[in-house]
Design a protein around this ligand. Structure first.
Ligand SMILES: NC(=O)c1ccc[n+]([C@@H]2O[C@H](COP(=O)([O-])OP(=O)(O)OC[C@H]3O[C@@H](n4cnc5c(N)ncnc54)[C@H](OP(=O)(O)O)[C@@H]3O)[C@@H](O)[C@H]2O)c1
Length: 241
C-alpha cells in the first residue's frame, strides 16, 4: 500500500508542486489549505488530490483536519510543513499582529502539525518530515524580522526533532528555497525583481516550484534514510551555508 503524505499549503505555489510530485511518485496525498476555496477546488479538479481546509496556526484545527485525513486515507507517514505567509514591514513599523500572524503560521504551525503525527510515526517506526524554511531564515532579511525569526526557528525545530526521531526511523529535514517564482514572489514589482533580486542570484533566474518539489521527493524516499537534521539550500547559488 502506498504511503500517505500530507502537504500543508498544498494547493498553491510550491506546495501544489510538492503535492503533485508526491502523487506522481506514488504517494496518496492530502493537500491542506487555509481559505482560498477557489484555488483549492481548481487544484482538486485538475489533479484529483483531495483538499482539506484548516488553519495550521490552530492546534485544534490541525487535530480535527488530520483526523479527517486519517479516516479517509489512513495513517500519515509523510508530513510536509509548507504552509507559510508573509506580513512584511520594517521593524519600527511592524505591529504585534504582523509578528504573531507570521510566528503562529510559519513556526507554531510546525509544532501544531508535527506534534499530532509524531506518536503514530514513533509507534510504526517510520516517518518522513520535511519543513519548508527559507533562505531568509538563514541570512535574515530587512523588512522580515517576523518571517526570518520564524524560518530560523523552523531550522532549530528540524535539528532538535531529527535527534529525537532518529532511533525510530523518523527523518526530519528542512529545505531553504531562495526566490521561487510563485504568487508570493511574483507579487514583488517587476522592476524590483529585475533590478534588485535577480542580480543577486548567480544562476540568473528565479527557481521553480518543481525544483523544490523534487528535493522533497528525494528527502522522503527510502533512499534518503540516512539523511536527517539536514538543511538543503535551493537558492541558485545566492547563499552558501
Ligand atoms: N516563494 C518563494 O520564493 C519562497 C522562498 C522561500 C520559502 N518559501 C516558503 O515556501 C512555502 C510556500 O510558499 P509559496 O510561495 O508557495 O506560498 P503561496 O503561493 O502563498 O501559497 C501558500 C499556501 O499556504 C497556505 N496557507 C497559508 N497560511 C496557511 C494557514 N494558516 N493554514 C493552512 N494553510 C495556509 C495557502 O492556502 P490558501 O491558498 O488557502 O491561501 C497556500 O496553499 C512557505 O512556507 C514560504 O515561506 C517560499
Amino acid at each position: 500500500m502506498s504511503r500517505v503524505a500530507v502537504v500543508t499549503g498544498g494547493t498553491r505555489g510550491i506546495g501544489a508542486a510538492i503535492s503533485l510530485a508526491l502523487k506522481s511518485a506514488g504517494y496518496r496525498v492530502a493537500a491542506n489549505y487555509a481559505g482560498n476555496d477557489e484555488a483549492a477546488q481548481a487544484f482538486h479538479a485538475e489533479t484529483g488530490i483531495p483538499v482539506f481546509k484548516w488553519d495550521v496556526s490552530s492546534y485544534e484545527a490541525c487535530s480535527e483536519g488530520l483526523a479527517r485525513i486519517e479516516a479517509e486515507l489512513g495513517p500519515i507517514e509523510v508530513l510536509i510543513n509548507n504552509a507559510g505567509i508573509t506580513r512584511d514591514a520594517m521593524f519600527h513599523k511592524m505591529t504585534p499582529q504582523q509578528w504573531h500572524e507570521v510566528i503562529n503560521t510559519n513556526l507554531t504551525g510546525l509544532f501544531n502539525m508535527t506534534h499530532q503525527v509524531w506518536a503514530g510515526m514513533r509507534e510504526r517506526s517510520f516517518g518522513r518530515i520535511v519543513n519548508i524554511s527559507s533562505i531568509n531564515g538563514q541570512k535574515g532579511q530587512m523588512g522580515q524580522a517576523n518571517y526570518s525569526a520564524a524560518k530560523a526557528g523552523d531550522l532549530g525545530f528540524t535539528k532538535a526533532l531529527a535527534q529525537e526521531g532518529a532511533a525510530k526511523n523518523i527523518t526530519v529535514n528542512a529545505i531553504c528555497p531562495g526566490y521561487i517564482g510563485t504568487e508570493m514572489v511574483l507579487a514583488i514589482p517587476e522592476k524590483v525583481l529585475n533590478e534588485r533580486i535577480i542580480p543577486q542570484i548567480p544562476v540568473g533566474r528565479l527557481g521553480t516550484p518543481d525544483e523544490v518539489a523534487r528535493c522533497v521527493v528525494f528527502l522522503v524516499s527510502d533512499d534518503a534514510g540516512f539523511i536527517t537534521g539536514s538543511t538543503l539550500s535551493a537558492n541558485g547559488g545566492q547563499l552558501f551555508v
